[in-house]
Design a binder for this molecule. Structure first.
Ligand code: GDP
Length: 424
């Protein structure tokens, strides 16, 4: 059986923590999309870690951690992350890397930087980790698969072709130094040495594991609203963030994904540019940012301050729907204990009409939030382990959100730690 942990919002919902928790009862944890551009923050018995490419299962002895074919594989980042956690006392995890995963090349990172520079103020706010050029090349069929590292002659031919094309861009569009075939071949030889011990036919491994009754967990990066098809295009990421894509990016049958745990944040936050209807500003936003997450709302990879907002029912309901949520995990609820009142965005006013449906980006640009205000609970809910013991107004907030989402909230997270969770 396959379970997916995915985000309903703009990312940073706290998927890392939920995956880390559900990892306890899983055999295999798979990253199926994205790269090392976003990150999860995990607090567990070994300490506090920011993972960017490794699946959150690396902290368990009993799990196998997998980088699926859908991931943008940055090999140096992967090896740095393994080294870092081992140095902090975590036992060497069991890791497998799909032979069909494609490699983020140094020129993808350069291209990302050059393009941001060229666009100046009109840039997408990329993290400059090469993700967009990587996926563009993958679909233009000029990407390099891990399997190709093992055939040097044909790899060299391919790299020659890549240089010819890239150098037109690099020299004439960006006015930057050109790429050299020999340099790239040297880099690829290093990558081969690094990745070789882990290479695996992942979809065959997962197929067999399913036959053997193993429990597989798919770990999503970012959230529904950053999906290239269903999100706030073009301010999206370059690979699908949806559970449905898990079937492709990991290589498992779609009908095996039976449980889709969709992580919803008790307020809104977003990194980078893009439509964000319930965004708040000024002191109100600063206070929420300061109190948010675990030590403030700043990007796990970039350190950038996140944009803050009130809970958005319209976006979250849509986010759950496109994920195919079978249950919701509501996170960081503890953060809201300081508020007298909690505005919740229940509708969007567009051209004088109120809608409850999440529209396409051009409409979203015109949307103004319609709020309903709920009373606060004015207390610290950390340490509470039973739902019934939560303050009444806190339960009302949860139940209001549940009714609006139309999906059962089965877990409520009231602190960053692995066991700070209330089951319903
Ligand atoms: P992800 O990308 O979805 O995994 O989210 P991040 O890890 O970037 O952001 C979530 C942040 O919130 C991390 O710092 C977590 O440790 C923290 N966090 C997760 N759940 C909770 C919670 O219930 N309460 C608090 N206070 N922090 C939480």
């Amino acid at each position: 059986m396959v379970t997916a942990v995915v985000g309903a919002n703009w990312g940073d919902e706290g998927k890392g923590k939920i995956t880390d928790m559900l990892g306890e009862e899983s055999d295999i944890i798979v990253r199926f999309q994205g790269g090392s551009n976003a990150g999860h923050t995990i607090v567990n018995d070994y300490g506090k870690f920011a993972l960017h490419i490794l699946p959150s299962g690396v902290f368990y002895h009993h799990t196998t951690s997998i980088i699926g074919n859908g991931v943008a594989l940055n090999i140096p980042d992967l090896f740095k992350e393994i080294k870092d956690i081992v140095e902090q006392g975590v036992p060497m995890p069991k890791i497998k890397v799909s032979d069909r995963a494609q490699i983020v090349m140094p020129y993808h990172i350069l291209q990302d930087e050059y393009e941001e520079e060229r666009l100046g103020g009109k840039s997408f706010g990329s993290t400059k980790s090469g993700i967009a050029p990587f996926y563009s090349d993958k679909y233009a069929k000029t990407g390099i698969q891990v399997s190709e590292l093992f055939d040097e002659a044909s790899l060299r031919e391919k790299v020659k072709g890549i240089c010819e094309k890239k150098n037109v861009l690099f020299e004439h569009l960006y006015h930057k130094p050109s790429l050299q075939v020999d340099d790239l071949m040297e880099v690829l030889a290093e990558y081969k040495t690094m990745v070789e011990p882990y290479v695996c036919d992942v979809s065959a491994f997962l197929y067999q594991s399913l036959q053997d009754g193993k429990r597989i967990l798919l770990e999503g990066q970012l959230g529904s609203l950053k999906d290239p098809d269903h999100g706030i295009y073009p301010m999206v990421t370059s690979s699908s963030t949806l559970a449905g894509y898990g079937a492709i990016g990991a290589g498992v049958p779609p009908y095996e994904i039976k449980r889709i745990v969709t992580v919803v944040k008790a307020y809104s936050s977003a990194v980078g540019a893009g439509e964000f209807v319930s965004e708040i500003f000024g002191e109100e936003a600063d206070e929420l940012r300061r109190r948010g997450g675990d030590g403030g709302e700043y990007g796990a990879t970039t350190g950038r301050p996140r944009r803050m907002g009130w809970f958005d029912v319209v976006a979250s309901r849509y986010g759950c729907r496109v994920q195919g949520a079978t249950e919701v995990a509501l996170t960081v609820l503890d953060v809201l204990g300081y508020l007298d009142e909690l505005p919740v965005c229940v509708g969007y006013e567009i051209d004088g009409k109120v809608t409850k449906d999440f529209p396409t980006t051009n409409m979203l640009k015109k949307a103004k939030p319609v709020y309903e205000v709920l009373p606060g609970w004015k207390s610290d809910i950390r340490g509470i382990t039973e739902y019934a013991k939560l303050p009444e107004n806190c339960r009302k907030y949860i139940e209001f959100i549940e009714k609006e989402l139309g999906v059962p909230i089965k877990m409520v997270s009231n602190g960053p730690g692995r066991h700070e969770i209330i089951y319903r």
